[in-house]
Design a protein. Sequence first.
Length: 346
Amino acid sequence: MVALKAAEIDRYIANPPDSVNLILVYGPDTGLVNERAQALISKAAAENDDPFSQVKLDAADIAADPSRLVDEALTIPLFGGRRTIWVRENGTKSVLPAVEPLLKNNDFTAFIVIEAGDLKKTSGLRKKIEASKTAVAIPCFADTARDVDRLVDEETQSAGLQISKEARMALHTLLGADRIASRGELKKLCLYAMNDNRIEVHHVEEIIGDASAFAMDELIDAAALGDTVTLDHGLERLSASGTDVGVIASQALRHFQMLHLCRLKANQRIAVEDVIGGIRPPIFWKRRSKIVRQVEIWNEDFLERALIRLNDAVKEARFNANLSTAIVSHTLLAIAQVAKASNRRR
């Protein structure tokens, strides 16, 4: 089966067909990957209370014993029902050798969900599953504006709160890089505004102003503006908070892609302020002057080099978890030095 289209995914997860017994969930949004994998497992295990029929494995377990996945898939639950197997592939150990026998001979009743990172089209695991008739690949990319709106609606309605248009627009600039982080920030916001019945911009500024999502924007702005002092402080702050540096790198990559697009438009003699004003979803008003300045100090050539470095950092951080903080920090500091030098020349 081919990979599911974005519009089909939520409906598919809510009611996966019994004919599918192996699903790969992958993508750069690790929070969304985890949320969807959890939803699939929960759906499959809803009618089975036997804890021994629910198995969790990681890539290291399978690499140490490649036949274990097949053994678990063929094991018949003692008290009946459908066995669920949740596999977490971390990018350092491939589970493909253990998965291939199951794709060739799918005569098993277990339901297997493989949670993976951002797999390329050339990935052996992704190619094999997309080509299979009994397996499905579900991609998970960063939330779009529509996804953020739906997430905001879910959390505010669950809390019995309304939200102003201005507050919703502010949230668009702060959420979306990671589903779990976004949902966590929204729950905290709803709890904070519970006694006011309606979420306004000041609630967003007060409660998410010091949150990791906003701190991440400050961190990226510092790198793009050459503010090495704020960048050093921000890196220490986010590292101490436990924020996934891979998420920071991905967010920085998207930010510089936006700057590159703005720079190209500005090169066509469009006022930078007008270019920034036309971005959708809109830039939070408190950040606009910083973004205008970034477009002014970065030229097209330097932006393209920064994009290459950030893309490499995203990949290296993903495959070298122990060094990810050092890799991303070094990349952002190098970018900040370029911006600082550009500022001096102006």
